[in-house]
Design a protein around this ligand. Structure first.
Ligand code: GDP
Ligand code: IMO
Ligand code: MG
Length: 426
């Protein structure tokens, strides 16, 4: 399974696409259109939100029960892929996944506006309100699209409550029932053929000895339970979430690859100890092309944070680490790496603080490594890495006690070094 080890945008899409070649089935199990995965292959750039990154390799793909699906966004994504010659026939959608409705998007936006300076900086795609309604048992599920009567009834019940919120709490326009029902009947026609019992499908694939790859969205520090709450997303992003979100037992997962950038980025608000102060912030953003796939927002940039990464190794039971975008660091004479946090009482720790006030006020303690200036994107073997780049990777392996199985050297699919070979990973 593939899981983001930082605050998202680690390059998961590229790695999933790469490993999908050696897999039979690729499953998404969390999140929705707040995810944005960019894949550069054969001179084309693809931006995926809902559909697992395995679709480009022609593999069977699953959107699991733990996902929230915006039908309009999904249909646009399907149309885009089909128009570019990518077949989406092998995509299956869980009937238990929840639908992002228009009121969810409206409430997401309105609640952020209301929070003002305290806002979370969400993608405003309706994610939090959809998961909240799921927990509140007021959600509309993909399988509700299969029955016109049930669909209308559920929308009616939910809307009666949501319009009160929209009008009286947020001062927004109410949502009109008839147009909404009609639109969803159209979505139903398009999505019907792909709705399936995806838990059973994954179970059968595993029983048949097929290779199943889990495509985790977002990143560990955005996890609802273990991330930097409240500046998190609303789904489980850690590896354990794959079992729940797919509908299989945790014993079926035998390898967890964490994806981390060779530095760190974060979109939206919230504490970020190793955020770069000064000109290198802008420089790294430009060199790494650090602008959001979904919202186009500037990503905040920081130096590699081994305290946070150690936490991610623990939370995910990571068996190996893929280090992406090492090529972006080729331009820096020195590379600070955050190895500890200094807390308010002056003590230093290698472990991620359990309490938010400690985390909010901690200072990064850096060890500075020499940089390298040689470009590395043309390299084909890990032995060709400049000495300083090798040292950078070695430090990560030593301090985290986890092997680095992949090194990203460029945006394109083939720009990757795999010390142990790719087939062994999938
Ligand atoms: P995801 O959300 O984790 O899939 O990551 P995103 O696609 O949002 O952001 C990662 C960005 O980095 C994308 O534009 C990728 O094309 C790009 N990328 C991925 N791996 C590498 C790499 O090793 N080097 C460089 N230079 N770019 C990469
Ligand atoms: P991928 O899969 C980066 C962040 C948002 C915001 C917070 C909550 O591309 O790595 P939400 O809309 O989910 O309620 O926003 O979570 N966020 C991401 N940041 N990459 C992502 O996904 C993200 N998904 C959510 O920026 O700070
Ligand atoms: Mg992304």
């Amino acid at each position: 399974m593939i899981v983001g080890a930082q605050w998202g945008d680690e390059g998961k899409g590229k790695i999933v696409d790469l490993l999908a070649e050696h897999s039979d089935l690729v499953c998404r199990y969390n999140g929705g259109p707040n995810a944005g995965h960019t894949i550069v292959a054969d001179g084309e750039t693809y931006k995926l939100k809902h559909i697992p990154s395995g679709i480009l390799q022609g593999k069977e793909c699953v959107i699991g029960a733990g996902c929230v699906v915006d039908p309009q966004v999904l249909i646009e994504e399907l149309d885009d892929l089909e128009s570019r010659g990518i077949s989406t026939e092998r995509l299956r959608l869980s009937g238990n996944a929840h639908l992002v409705m228009s009121w969810h998007r409206e409430i997401d936006g309105a609640s952020e506006r209301r929070l003002g300076k305290l806002q979370i900086g969400t993608t405003r795609r309706g994610i939090g309100p959809t998961y909240a309604d799921k927990a509140y048992r007021l959600g509309i599920r993909v399988q509700d699209l299969l029955d016109r009567k049930i669909l209308r009834q559920k929308i009616e019940v939910a809307l009666a409550e949501k319009n009160v919120w929209l009008e009286r709490v947020y001062g927004e326009e109410p949502v009109e029932l008839e147009g909404l029902v009609e639109r969803h009947e159209e979505y139903a026609e398009r999505l019907r053929p792909m709705i399936a019992d995806t838990s059973l499908l994954v179970d059968r694939a595993l029983r048949d000895g097929k290779r199943v790859l889990f495509d985790g969205a977002h990143g560990t520090l955005l996890d609802l339970d273990h991330g930097t709450y409240p500046f998190v997303t609303s789904s489980p992003t850690v590896a354990g979430g794959a079992a729940v979100g797919t509908g299989i037992g945790p014993t079926r997962i035998d390898s967890v690859i964490g994806i981390a950038k060779a530095y760190v980025t974060r979109v939206g608000e919230g504490p970020f100890p190793s955020e770069i102060q000064g000109a290198d912030q802008e420089r790294l953003r430009e060199l790494g092309g650090e602008f959001g796939t979904v919202t186009g927002r500037e990503r905040r940039c920081g130096w590699l944070d081994l305290v946070a990464l150690r936490y991610a190794v623990r939370l995910n039971g990571m068996t190996s680490l893929a280090l992406t975008k090492l090529d972006v660091l080729s331009a820096f004479a020195e590379l600070p790496v955050c190895v500890r946090y200094r807390l308010r009482d002056g003590s230093e720790t290698e472990e991620f603080p359990a309490h938010q006030s400690d985390f909010h006020h901690c200072e990064p303690v850096y060890e500075t490594l020499p940089g390298w200036s040689e470009p590395i994107h043309e390299l084909t073997d890990v032995s060709e890495l400049p000495v300083a780049a090798r040292r950078y990777v070695d430090l990560i392996e030593e301090r985290l006690e986890v092997p680095v199985c992949l090194i990203g050297t460029g945006r394109e699919r083939e720009r990757v070094l795999a010390p142990g070979g790719l087939e062994t990973l999938a």
